[in-house]
Design a protein around this ligand. Structure first.
Ligand code: B12
Ligand code: SF4
Length: 543
């Protein structure tokens, strides 16, 4: 690795031998300043540019809430571990069109283009990759993120990407860049890749996981204009962002896309409370006043969760609010008290169903009783609660297909209303179990010859929560499904109306879904509603 103050002249030879170019590098001093931020005094001039992008997708506001954390982490790591300077890395967030991508590639002429995406944006991602590869055949295109990690071979098949990055990308992408700059462009020795070769896709060694997360530089927050990202509409401040405090999860729920964080061992890693508090402090100094902790759960272990809360509370910021994902099983009164101390005002609880038979089937490893106990602790300390509910779960027992019955779903809704009247919950999400690549649910559905809804991908930018598996073969009619969905939509609107934070814009189109559902027509083409959905938000974002 080349570090401070040296001049180097290197030659980059690409794997296909097509282009050999001279690269003059002026390498600059180390760049992390005292508060974990980025030192802008660095300067380095090199014609080697990297472009990291979100798919040029029209998405709804949920997906525009926060910047892509994967890319932010890659930027901060790459600029520390390769000769690339900050200005050599171009970041295209989710507000760009494919025309922007093309224009900016022509302008900056990057050597590498990396696209980061999850499964819902796979179509638009693959269309973008294919379009760019046709226009810029010399451009090395890398697909990375949750979807490519889950199904790398499929991504190779459906797109013209040169390389798929499997799992975490910090070391992998830096190795690719360093190999491109200093080596001969042979990427086959770099672990965690699927490489397109004339003889077909080649898998390199197993991916690596970053063991000590404290060693990672903080995300490249200095690259973010926070006013562009709207955050959650449930909020105490409009200056919001989200952070990752751990990676992975020790559980294996059947609906969860497990390979995303099980690509390499150790599966679960936690940052130290001090390291987390330092990043929080930096964000505070950048003007952020609300942070959502988006790791799978804040309470990976109870003692660690308490230490994290204490470290954050000790920062003493009375105007900084938090939200977090939480598991219902690892909590006691002290943790709920510490939440209050650190100004955690809302927790997001993955409940899914209020039936122990279902929870056992989907391997949630939480009982209804544990959830109720958790809700009591939270209520005692006046922490608000958002429940994630997911209807129509499927699982297998001894190879036999089992499913959550309409009666059980009605019971779940009744249970939620009961918690609401007891003032133990305030908000809810209501969705249908959707098979995602890599999730055991996907395999179960396939094993039983069920059609998973392809429409999810076509219609995702409007009613994605409400599509799922084709349930007809289980004897559940469209009418029953729609009735239960309607009941969920109406319930969650009622909760918001009473608890506050009613999101009129989102409910405007949910109302459309409701009305159409009465006529049995709830799936109109995404294109016809996308402009309507995107306009208000884009006006806010771009205006
Ligand atoms: C936080 C989060 C969100 C946030 C996003 C925050 C953000 N903007 O980044 C919000 C709440 C908006 C969100 C939304 C959704 N999410 Co989400 N989310 C997560 C969660 C819990 C953590 C992700 C995270 O920040 N990780 C930390 C960063 C550093 O990791 P990373 O993004 O994976 O990036 C690393 C690697 O993937 C890789 N990498 C990424 N991009 C690239 C690009 C290149 C070129 C390279 C080389 C490498 C590379 O390197 C990065 C650093 O190591 C994960 C679960 C998990 N454990 O990963 C689910 C997860 C990613 N979400 C998921 C889903 C399904 C969704 C939604 C579809 C939910 C919905 N129904 O709407 C939407 C889709 C959004 C979209 N536009 O596609 C699934 C994706 C499944 C799949 N196979 O694709 C996951 C994996 C949950 C699960 N286990 O099922 N999500
Ligand atoms: S749903 Fe949550 S608890 Fe279950 S495996 Fe996924 S991340 Fe872990």
């Amino acid at each position: 690795m080349v570090r401070s103050g040296r001049m180097a002249v290197v030659y980059v030879s690409w794997g296909n031998g097509a282009a050999i170019m001279g690269v003059a590098l002026k390498v600059m001093p180390s760049r992390v300043d005292a508060d974990g931020g980025f030192d802008d005094r660095r300067q380095r001039i090199t014609p080697f540019k990297l472009m990291l992008a979100d798919p040029p997708a029209k998405t709804d506001d949920y997906d525009k809430a926060y910047p892509n954390l994967g890319i932010l982490q890659l930027i901060s790591y790459v600029r520390e571990n390769t000769p690339l300077a900050d200005e050599d890395i171009i970041f295209l967030d989710q507000f760009h069109s494919i025309e922007d991508h093309i224009r900016l590639i022509e302008e900056h002429r990057p050597r590498i283009y990396g696209l980061s995406y999850a499964f819902l944006t796979q179509r638009v991602a693959h269309e973008a990759i294919n379009e760019l590869k046709h226009r810029f055949p010399e451009l090395l295109i890398i697909a990375g993120g949750p979807h490519p990690t889950s199904v790398p071979e499929e991504v190779m098949d459906k797109s013209l990407a040169d390389i798929v990055c499997i799992g975490e990308g910090e070391m992998t992408l830096s190795d690719i860049i360093n190999e491109a700059i200093y080596g001969g462009g042979d990427f086959t020795k770099i672990p965690g890749l699927l490489i397109r070769t004339p003889d077909g896709p080649l898998r390199t060694a197993k991916p690596r996981a970053y063991e000590n997360l404290d060693e990672l530089p903080f995300m490249a927050w200095d690259r973010i204009d926070f006013t562009k990202f709207v955050g959650q509409h449930y909020s105490q401040s409009d200056r919001q962002t989200c952070i990752v405090i751990s990676r992975g999860c020790p559980y294996k729920c059947t609906f969860c896309s497990l390979p995303v964080w099980r690509a390499a061992k150790p599966f679960v890693r936690m940052r130290s409370p001090e390291n987390i508090a330092r990043e929080v402090e930096w964000l505070y100094r950048l003007g952020i006043r609300e942070i959502k902790i988006v790791s799978d759960e804040i309470n990976v272990t109870l003692p660690w969760a308490k230490e994290v809360c204490r470290a954050i509370a000790d920062l003493g910021h009375t105007d900084l609010f938090f939200q977090s994902n939480l598991r219902a099983d690892k909590i006691d009164d002290e943790l709920a008290y510490l939440f209050k101390r650190m100004k955690m005002w809302l927790v997001h609880l993955g409940v899914e169903s209020a039936n122990d038979r279902v929870l056992h089937g989907i391997e949630k490893m939480i009982t209804v009783e544990q959830t109720e106990r958790c809700l009591k602790f939270l209520k005692r300390h006046k922490i608000r609660v958002l429940l994630f509910m997911m209807a129509f779960q499927l699982w297998e027992t001894d190879g036999r297909l089992q499913f959550e019955t309409p009666k059980e779903i009605r019971h779940s809704l009744w249970w939620v209303w009961k918690q609401f009247f007891l003032r133990r919950m305030h908000y809810m999400t209501w969705s249908i179990a959707t098979p995602m690549p890599g999730a055991p649910l996907q395999e179960i559905v396939e094993r039983h010859g069920m059609k998973s809804s392809e429409q999810v991908l076509d219609n995702w930018n409007r009613n994605k929560d409400y599509l799922g598996i084709d349930l007809n073969s289980l004897g559940i009619t469209e009418k029953t499904k729609m009735r239960l969905l309607r009941a969920g939509i109406i319930s969650k609107a009622c909760f918001m109306l009473v608890s506050g934070h009613f999101d009129w814009r989102r409910h405007f189109y949910r109302l459309g879904i409701l009305i159409r559902s009465f006529f049995g027509k709830w799936n109109v083409s995404a294109q016809s509603v996308a402009p309507m959905l995107n306009t208000p938000l884009r006006a806010k974002v771009e205006g």
